[in-house]
Design a protein around this ligand. Structure first.
Ligand SMILES: [Zn+2]
Ligand SMILES: [Zn+2]
Ligand SMILES: [Zn+2]
Length: 391
């Protein structure tokens, strides 16, 4: 199909050039630019506030046609063209939606065909009729078609494509929220790339001897990591986990006789991997509670939502992190997948030491997996330490 090169698809009369932006799945977005290269913010596309006025105008035109000015009727006709264009976009976005909700119900070719059809006109940047459907999920929550597309790409894991959408939208409308999301996506993309390289660099089978050494090294690094996390001050940790402190002290006493320099004892020496994991879990205390508001800051939430929660002498809880900390709560923002990885490593170690009758083939696979998990965890610790050191 031929696309006229120098005419706005909304027939606003302005000459425009369509700049193609190609995505990894073949979709091409055509960004309309004025001839001076600035972005063509088509005067025929209403923004969110105008939309309400326009709806009122339609009602008025139906009730009393004589009362509507000629220019307004003209505008309404133009608006109809825009609305049709918007409608095509919403169909396309819905199809991508089905693609991610139901697995692969549409082929990529189907999608590309639909998308190419759509991209034969270039839509405006605002998507009135989709706003309600995609409420509170996109960065600006303004119903821009590109950010909805970005969000779609994001949930199917196409982060590079998502980033491109938000970058384009930022060039168009410049909201800071978009930059925030782009920053987060960059981090995600970096991390995935690191994991991917890591996975490719680790090949061959790992022996039981080797994997035990790798786990030991990870454990030692984790002790140092947690010590840094708490700046070496564990009073508040032991308030919450007195039994762990007791066990560690007991083990330290037993080990003392064999130690050369007693002064160099670190508080977490002789802690087990399982205990370290418990400390980390305690450092991100969330719970579903049968409450719907905070008595301190008066913030409310849906009953049984996940909130910050601790019970030491008395219960403290709030959905708001700052309020929870002010109430004496302890939070260290440990990502959940980090704790899950560590638990998996610990499970393997327990299995090796307790159960000797495992399936050789299966355990070899698990050894190899855990070698990767350990590498990932180490990378994660380096990243987190970088973040803490930069705050
Ligand atoms: Zn135009
Ligand atoms: Zn709304
Ligand atoms: Zn509160």
């Amino acid at each position: 199909m031929e696309r006229p090169e120098r005419e706005c698809k909304n027939f606003c009369g302005e000459p425009v050039e369509y700049e193609p932006h190609k995505f990894s799945d073949g979709f091409v977005y055509y960004l309309p630019r004025n001839l001076d290269k600035t972005i063509h913010n088509c005067p025929f596309v209403l923004d969110m506030d105008d939309q309400d006025e326009f709806d009122d105008l339609i009602i008025q035109a139906v009730d009393d046609p004589e009362s509507v000015y000629y220019e307004d009727i003209d505008a309404m006709e133009q608006q109809e063209i825009c609305q049709d264009n918007l409608f095509l976009w919403s169909i396309m976005l819905d199809e991508i939606h089905q693609y991610d909700n139901n697995g692969i119900s549409l082929t990529i070719e189907d999608l590309i065909n639909t998308q190419n059809l759509i991209s034969n006109w270039t839509g405006p940047f605002f998507m009135g009729n989709c706003h309600g459907v995609y409420e509170n999920i996109t960065p600006t929550n303004r119903g821009y078609q590109l950010e909805i597309l970005g969000w779609k790409y994001q949930i199917i894991g196409k982060y590079d494509d998502a980033k491109k959408c938000y970058e384009l939208q930022h060039e168009i409308s410049e909201e800071l929220e978009l930059l925030g999301v782009i920053h987060k996506l960059n981090k995600k993309i970096d991390k995935l790339e690191k994991y991917f390289n890591l996975k490719n660099s680790i090949v061959g089978n790992v022996s039981q001897d080797e994997i035990e050494k790798i786990i030991k090294k990870t454990e030692l690094k984790l002790r140092k990591f947690i010590t840094t996390l708490y700046s070496g001050k564990f009073e508040r940790v032991w308030d919450r986990l007195p039994k762990i402190k007791e066990s560690i002290l007991e083990r330290q006493e037993n080990a003392k006789s064999s130690m050369i320099n007693v002064n160099e004892i670190n508080e977490l020496d002789n802690s087990t991997l399982g205990e370290l994991i418990k400390i980390l879990k305690m450092s991100n205390p969330k719970k579903r509670v049968d409450k719907d508001h905070c008595n301190i800051c008066e913030k409310s939430w849906k009953n049984n939502s996940l909130v910050y929660y601790e019970k030491i002498q008395k219960e403290i809880f709030c959905k708001d992190k700052i309020c929870f900390i002010k109430q004496g709560g302890l939070i260290k923002d440990i990502p959940w997948d980090f704790v899950t990885s560590l638990t998996r490593i610990n499970n393997l170690r327990n299995m090796i030491s307790h159960d000797k009758n495992y399936d050789k083939k299966q355990i070899q696979h698990e050894f190899n997996e855990i070698r990767f998990t350990c590498a990932k965890v180490n990378l994660h610790m380096d990243d987190l330490l970088n973040i803490f050191n930069n705050v």
